[in-house]
Design a protein around this ligand. Structure first.
Ligand code: 3H9
Length: 678
């Protein structure tokens, strides 16, 4: 987007000076903006004919925060905290006129103002915690003083915004403007308050709370905050607002902010913020390429995946025709979709009429020909190449010209599938992750012949259904599952050499993963991919599956489970492991946690390097996005390739070589050049 000539302009409306920011796309508070506002405030102070000031933004939003691209670069004055301070200390009333999203530093600018007026659709929030930070321009000190300690904890600790209507109830907003008359209403408001003295400043208020409030908040969110540094820093700062005078509170906030800003967690989370946005861009394809319209979607298969995938489109208001082979499977599938929606409604996250609206967009059928008018058809049938080829062969005859044909395969060759049609340019992979209506990741698999506009349309559709999409090339398991393989393989080998499932899982959970490889197996089903022949026992998994240890669903897998699904180590499993180890001649030994990291996580990085070398991912940050949004890699470690940069490529190479792994040339190159992936 082109920058306007001057990002800050001023206008006079009688004795009111209006400072206007126009810094697309989101009015981030970069140096030019800060300098301009500062100048405007000084201009008002120096001019006796000005009685009050309004600060507002052009474009789609009020300031969406500090300019994150400036972080880590040499600071340019005025720094945001100083600017907020100079607004607050202005001897002429300053009014913030808010539309869109007043986020982070933007919210803090509004808090520095003496009055806040907002359109009802505006949102207020301090999402810094999601970047591993805290509102460092006085937000942690002013929010509790104006909106109460409880709300300040929610806003800063969790980072989710609140609507202007709620902000008004909390005292954060003084007045709601008409949706289309913000500027006029703000100027009128300024006229009303221009002579009011003393000028109301948030710094003059006090924040009080019972001491238990903080502990209760910590406890209630312990699971969500596990491993993260920023939530605790936010809590401590809000607590400081209740104990320290304002100026000392600001000092405390500054110290905590600086610690976070120069720590690795925030660097990782900022990396992911930009990585997620970069992932949407396809190298070599013009961003303005004409897209194919997607007005109607066809879904083949009403099982868990098909149903979940359909829900994404229904929720986005896009009609879906869903096909099954048998009536009972169709009824079961549509029944589950309804049940899922009703469960969401029961939790208050959807209105009953929205459930009906979504269900009204669903057309169940047993007839594949009913997909003839669909713009995008997604296949989610049994994971078998012959079955997929047959389906695509049929689709080729049914689908209208230009329809996009997608497979939800998680590892099969898209080019081979595409070759069973006469239109391989219209074919690609859309690999959703289970549960498909919940998981944010979508791997968009680009076949050798996939047309540019087909790929670009798929990326656009992904955004419409609120997925984070990453382009992957055709290879076994694409990006995510391909990297999972060495991890699973090594985890099994480690069992034979003396590690236990709980030791390996603990290392992964301590690292920040939601669960370890064996906990994941038990959740997904130990029998997944099993050949279903109880007499053929080739590995530990076969042995467990053969005796019904299928995981949580049968009450036992790698672990034993009680009625509440609490796991405990199993003597039966240990015996199976020991028997296999004895048969293979492996000598058992003490396995260190370090070795588990080297063999299960360094091997993933190694595979990631191969993926980059083979150009199966566009960039290292795309791999990070896959692992954050598809597999629960802790966001504060920035994804496997970002983490590799933190560990250092040379350390990873040494770790891999120690255990005899073949190291990817790209990884070796990085190690030799002390280079980074990101
Ligand atoms: C902070 O304020 C610290 C202070 O407390 C203390 C300082 C001392 N800076 O998301 P979109 C870019 S920390 C720079 O696709 P949407 C973004 O990269 C900040 N760039 O749009 C993208 O670029 P591109 C606290 C930014 O409509 C383009 O804008 N604030 C910033 O889906 C469009 O973004 C936040 O954390 C930024 N602050 O969503 C808010 N924000 O086109 C972060 C965006 O090249 N921002 N960009 O890919 C957001 O949450 C969303 O962008 C927003 C719009 C909801 C505003």
């Amino acid at each position: 987007m082109e920058k306007p000539m001057s990002v800050i302009t001023t206008e006079r409306h009688g004795d009111i000076l209006v400072i206007i920011s126009n810094n697309p796309p989101v009015n981030a508070l970069g140096a030019e903006v800060r300098i301009g506002i500062d100048k405007g405030i000084k201009e008002a102070a120096a001019d006796d004919s000005i009685k009050a000031v309004v600060i507002r933004c052009d474009g789609r939003t009020f300031f969406a925060g500090a300019d994150i691209t400036e972080f880590g670069k040499p600071p340019v004055e005025p720094w945001l905290p100083a600017l907020v301070e100079s607004i607050e200390l202005s001897e002429k009333p300053v009014i913030a006129a808010v539309h869109g999203t007043a986020l982070g530093g933007g919210c803090e600018v509004a808090l520095g103002c003496h009055y806040r007026i907002a359109v009802p659709s505006a949102q207020f929030g301090t999402p810094e915690v999601k970047l591993g930070l805290l509102p460092g321009a006085g937000g942690t000190q002013r929010l509790p003083r104006v909106a109460g300690v409880e709300l300040a904890l929610e806003l800063t600790g969790k980072g989710d915004p609140i609507p202007a209507t709620k902000a008004k109830e909390a005292g954060l907003v003084d007045r709601l403007a008409g949706e289309d008359s913000l500027v006029a209403d703000a100027i009128a408001f300024a006229g009303e308050v221009k002579d009011v003295r003393p000028i109301p400043r948030i710094r003059d208020k006090t924040a009080t709370a019972s001491p238990e409030l903080f502990e209760t908040f910590r406890k209630a969110n312990a699971k969500r905050f596990r491993g993260f540094d920023a939530p605790e820093a936010n809590i401590k700062c809000v607590e400081a607002a209740t104990k320290l005078p304002f100026a000392e509170g600001l000092d405390f906030e500054r110290q905590e902010f600086t610690k976070l800003m120069f720590g690795t967690q925030s660097a990782a989370m900022r990396h992911i913020f930009f990585a997620e946005r970069k992932a949407a861009k396809i190298d070599g394809i013009a961003p303005d390429i004409a897209l194919r319209p997607i007005r109607k979607v066809g879904m083949i298969g009403a099982g868990t995946m098909g149903g979940g995938i359909s829900m994404n489109f229904l929720s986005a208001g896009i009609p879906v025709t869903i096909v099954e082979m048998k009536q009972d499977a169709l009824d079961r599938g549509t029944g589950i979709i309804r049940k899922n929606y009703e469960a969401t409604a029961a939790k208050g996250r959807m209105k009953p009429e929205q459930v009906e609206k979504a269900m009204g967009l669903l057309t169940p059928t047993l007839n594949l020909e009913d997909l003839a008018d669909c713009d995008l058809i997604i296949e989610a049938v049994f994971e078998n190449m012959d079955v997929k080829k047959e389906v695509f062969g049929k689709l080729d005859k049914i689908a209208k010209p230009g329809a996009i044909l997608a497979s939800n395969t998680s590892y099969l060759n898209i080019d081979e599938i595409a070759a069973s049609t006469s239109r391989p340019q219209d074919v690609l992979g859309l690999h959703f992750f289970s549960p498909a209506n919940v998981m944010k990741l979508l791997e968009v698999v680009r076949g050798a012949k996939t047309a540019d506009d087909v790929l670009a349309t798929a990326m656009d559709v992904a955004k419409k259904i609120r997925k984070v999409a990453v382009v992957a090339g055709v290879c076994d398991g694409f990006i995510g599952n391909r990297m999972l393989k060495p991890r699973q393989f090594e985890a099994m080998k480690l069992l034979m050499e003396g590690a236990t499932p709980s030791q390996i899982d603990k290392v992964h959970v301590d690292f920040g993963m939601p669960m370890g490889p064996f906990q994941m197996s038990d959740l997904a089903g130990v029998d997944i991919g099993w050949h279903r022949d109880p007499t053929r026992i080739e590995n530990i998994r076969d042995a467990l599956a053969a005796i019904g240890r299928w995981g949580q669903k049968t009450g036992k897998g790698f672990y034993d489970y009680d009625e509440k699904r609490n796991p405990s180590p199993s003597a039966e499993v240990q015996k199976i492991i020991d028997d296999f180890a004895a048969k293979s001649g492996a000598t058992k030994r003490e396995i260190s946690d370090e070795e588990i990291i080297e063999r299960t996580l360094y091997t993933m990085v190694n595979e990631g390097a191969l993926i980059l070398e083979e150009e199966m991912a566009q960039r290292a940050s795309d791999i990070d996005v896959v692992w954050i949004y598809g597999y629960g890699w802790p966001i504060y470690r920035g994804g496997p390739m970002f983490w590799a940069d933190l560990e250092g490529a040379d350390k990873i190479v040494k770790g891999l070589e120690k255990h005899g792994f073949e190291v990817a040339p790209l990884l070796k190159e990085k190690a030799a050049a002390k280079g980074r992936f990101n």
